[in-house]
Design a protein around this ligand. Structure first.
Ligand SMILES: Cc1ncc(COP(=O)(O)O)c(C=O)c1O
Length: 470
């Protein structure tokens, strides 16, 4: 049996896997293999077949065998041979490939809401395509040959170096490249830490947070214990026998305030005393609009805080790149959880991001987006002050979303009213830990980043129109 990948890309535009087997010799086997490839659609009508010589060489058969097989298939009508255009798969009125069964067809996509004010996405229309392309091109041009082999699970050194410098400068993180492990975002970091057996629960979490992350932890067998929130952030004085605590210290998600400095100190004290760890989710630390920068909690104690970040807010969640800044003693365990090779984060994207950061393009992009989001936030605040002054807008000193506080019991009807006005958004209830006993607060979480610039005014108008009366 001859089993060959025929790399005839220049001739037929794709690889063709032919298996020569069965009775009747090589010629009959080749005829059967080609006929099957045409019948089941792997060779589409019009596809040019390789010249005799190259196919014969690839398959290890005589040129004559290929020539005879082609001639036979031309005679049967499967192929056509024309002077100057070689041998091609015959055009047919009927598609030869059976239609995919109905159950495997992609379901039609439901039309999205007219105005999407759900938190979570940056402005996709502002992705820095030209700058990213320039970095990608440079990365590709300068990548050494070994970069195209299997990747190091720690991530490319170029990116870890760029991040160590950037995070120290912009976020006050204390680290060096050897303590950074690249991953494909915050969610992946959680999976590695808990699903990969590096850390174990129970894990304290904020009483309001992303249900998606809680679900992911539950799937890894981790029990989460909710910490109540107040105006100073998470009540870290309630920490008890947990092994670790997951916080959003720069900008509580979703309620919006920073963790009070006294609590920042208290939680690192707790971790030292308990031998525990703080997981810092720094998901939107770049976007702070007042003059009170909130640096990374990790800077207080790099041996007790795992700093986790990603480009999901600053660039796009589609890039799927993030980082873990680890205490020295955890690096090996995280690398072991990742496995022998990089299986998640594309090395070419890592190199592109390294160039994007090192060239200053990342800083420029973040600064531009900070201005844009700040203007949007100001427009949101002004529109609500004009149309619904009784609605308090909170959590607006940072980030890409705000929380509109509502009278008790009015949240569900406000979400519905927004939907009737074509506005998609979530209420605070969507983020509440089911196990918390802290008092319910009613509010709408308004993401103001996602709509493209031209659609933002209309989204604000619709939102204001949906606000409950005083
Ligand atoms: C609270 C929170 N943490 C982390 C992230 C980042 O998640 P990922 O890096 O998995 O896209 C997000 C979303 O961007 C978020 O809302």
């Amino acid at each position: 049996m001859t089993d060959s990948w025929v790399d005839s890309a220049e001739r037929i535009g794709s690889d063709l896997h032919l298996v020569l087997s069965g009775p009747g010799g090589r010629r009959a086997a080749l005829i059967r293999a080609l006929r099957d490839a045409v019948r089941d659609g792997r060779l589409a009508p019009g596809t040019r077949l390789p010249p005799y010589r190259s196919l014969a060489a690839d398959l290890g058969v005589a040129r004559r065998t290929v020539a005879d097989a082609y001639a036979e298939l031309v005679a049967e009508g499967w192929l056509t041979a024309r002077q100057g255009s070689g041998t091609r798969v015959a055009e047919r009125a009927e598609p030869l490939r059976p239609a995919a069964p109905a159950s495997r067809k992609a379901p039609p996509r439901a039309p999205g809401p007219r105005h999407d004010l759900r938190q979570g996405s940056p402005d996709g229309s502002a992705f820095p395509r030209t700058a990213w392309l320039a970095s990608y091109r440079r990365a590709l041009q300068h990548a050494p040959g070994e970069a195209f082999g299997p990747g190091d699970p720690a991530g490319r050194a170029e990116l870890r170096e760029a991040l160590a410098e950037y995070l120290a400068r912009a976020r006050g993180v204390r680290t060096e490249p050897g303590r950074i492990v690249i991953c494909s975002g915050f969610a992946h970091a959680l999976r590695l830490l808990f699903g990969g057996g590096v850390l174990r629960g129970p894990l304290a979490v904020e009483a309001y947070g992303l249900g998606f992350h809680r679900g992911l932890l539950a799937a890894a067998g981790v029990r989460t214990v909710p910490l109540p929130l107040d105006e100073d952030g998470a009540r870290v004085d309630r920490l008890g026998r947990e092994r670790a605590v997951l916080l959003t210290p720069a900008h509580q998600f979703p309620t919006g305030g920073p963790l009070h400095p006294a609590r920042r100190a208290a939680v690192t004290d707790w971790a030292r005393a308990r031998g525990g760890l703080v997981l810092e989710d720094d998901y939107d630390g770049e976007f702070r609009y007042d003059r009170k920068p909130v640096g990374a909690l990790q800077g207080l104690d790099p041996e007790r805080v795992i700093h986790l970040g990603s480009v999901s807010k600053s660039l796009s969640p589609a890039v799927r790149l993030g980082w873990m800044v680890l205490p020295e003693g955890l690096v090996d365990a995280v690398l072991a959880a990742k496995g022998e090779r990089e299986a998640w984060a594309s090395v070419l994207d890592q190199l592109s991001l390294a160039d994007f950061i090192a060239s200053g393009r990342y800083d420029r992009h973040v600064r531009r987006m900070r201005q844009r989001y700040r203007r949007r936030r100001d427009r949101l605040v002004a529109a609500l002050a004009g149309h619904a002054p009784h609605v308090e807008v909170t959590g607006v000193a940072a980030g890409l979303h705000a929380v509109l506080r509502l009278p008790p019991g009015s949240e569900a009807s406000a979400v519905e009213a927004a939907a009737r006005h074509g506005v998609a958004l979530d209420g605070l209830a969507a983020f509440r830990h089911p196990g918390t006993d802290m008092p319910v607060t009613d509010g709408l979480v308004v993401g103001y980043a996602a709509p493209p610039e031209h659609a933002y005014g209309g989204a604000l108008e619709a939102l204001c129109g949906a606000m409950p009366p005083p």
